[in-house]
Design a protein around this ligand. Structure first.
Ligand code: 5GP
Ligand code: MN
Length: 337
């Protein structure tokens, strides 16, 4: 985003406008944190703003300030479509392709509003008038902070904005430990704490909300963990029956994939989760070092993401998906040996 872009956006934002902010489907902490952070910022200037998420998100994000104003397209479709059609500005946050918003895609791509993308995923599509895309960034929340800084307006960051941006940086960096975490990230985190983000409370609100059943489900996932030492790979499976046994709720499997990666010597971890309702197996992939799970997911599982964290899906049944997964490992022998 160059100075001209910033000046154009400044002038667009100089008078109150109808604005819609959109995160990706199955929004995570960064998607909800960045959309809410931007929402609270723009609210200060009396814009008429609505965040519209394609669908619902986990309960562990439902403590965030302003969260209760978020519309869900899948259950509030008419109102969402009206607001999207009327919006003068449409911010799309934390995704790189309109395919990532599911059923909202047609409505958003037909919308006349000026589109502004803020995102850190690899290989972004070219659908937005203004694009702030930077794959080196830890999170979209860090980019929203930078965006406000580019507007010369960090003084406007209050505790609500700070809280939301802190949360997304925290969740997307695995609590500040992934390689995408830089000194600039820590500097911004320091500024957000100064502006009122209560770091300890945010960690508690997000991570210390386990239900007993979720821990039992984790136990099940860990007992299903398989290791393929010759490819430094570990994977977990969860069947729909197992999910049902432990009364699965959205978000319950968040972070499970990282347990595979915590094994000594393992650099590639996956989790395969059966979803009978959608007729797919949802896949999360993680890696350490240079091995790109974004490339593997794009090539084999209709997905994408980042070098070290990506997602995808499979239309095969769970067993066939695992068979396919194991059969492609030799293609990556060079990276995984
Ligand atoms: P997770 O495995 O936590 O769902 O996602 C890891 C990363 O990959 C996130 O940045 C997420 O946005 C991205 N991602 C997850 N699922 C998909 C998918 O189906 N397609 C694409 N393109 N990206 C995905
Ligand atoms: Mn993100």
């Amino acid at each position: 985003m160059n100075t001209n872009d910033i000046n154009s956006i400044k002038s667009l934002l100089s008078a109150p406008k109808a604005i819609v902010i959109i995160p990706h489907k199955n929004p995570d902490g960064d998607a909800i944190g960045s959309t809410l952070g931007l929402y609270h910022y723009l609210k200060r200037y009396h814009h008429d703003i609505t965040i519209i998420a394609p669908n619902d998100y986990p309960d562990f994000l439902k403590w965030m300030p302003g969260e209760n104003t978020i519309l869900k397209y899948d259950s509030q479709t008419q109102e969402s479509e009206r607001l999207i059609a009327q919006a003068v500005l449409i911010f799309t946050l934390d995704f790189n392709s309109l395919g990532r918003i599911g059923d909202m895609q047609t409505c958003v791509s037909n919308a006349k509003g000026i589109k502004i993308m803020i995102d850190h995923h690899q290989q972004p599509d070219d659908y937005a008038t203004y694009m702030y895309s930077d794959v080196s960034m830890s999170s979209t929340c860090e980019m929203v902070y930078n965006f406000i800084e580019m507007l010369g307006d960090t003084n406007a960051i209050d505790s609500d904005i700070a809280t939301c941006l802190y949360t997304g940086i925290m969740t997307d960096t695995g609590s500040f430990r992934f390689p995408s975490t830089t000194s600039a990230t820590h500097h911004i985190i320091g500024e957000l704490i100064k502006k009122g983000a209560n770091n300890s409370e945010i960690h508690n609100n997000t991570y210390d909300t386990n239900s007993y059943e979720r821990l039992q489900l984790l136990g099940c996932a860990l007992s299903n963990l398989k290791v393929i030492p010759e490819y430094k790979t570990a994977y977990i499976t969860l069947t729909q029956d197992e999910l049902n046994t432990f009364n699965f709720k959205k978000g319950d499997t968040e972070g499970f994939v990282n347990y595979g990666l915590s094994l000594k010597g393992i650099i590639f971890a996956a989790i395969f989760i059966e979803n009978n309702q959608e007729g797919i197996v949802k896949i999360s992939l993680r890696s350490k070092g240079d091995f790109s799970v974004n490339e593997l997911s794009r090539a084999h599982f209709s997905g994408g993401g980042h070098t070290n964290a990506a997602g995808g899906k499979s239309d095969l049944n769970l067993n066939d998906t695992i068979e396919k997964f194991i059969s492609i490992l030799p293609n990556y022998k060079k990276d995984l040996k």
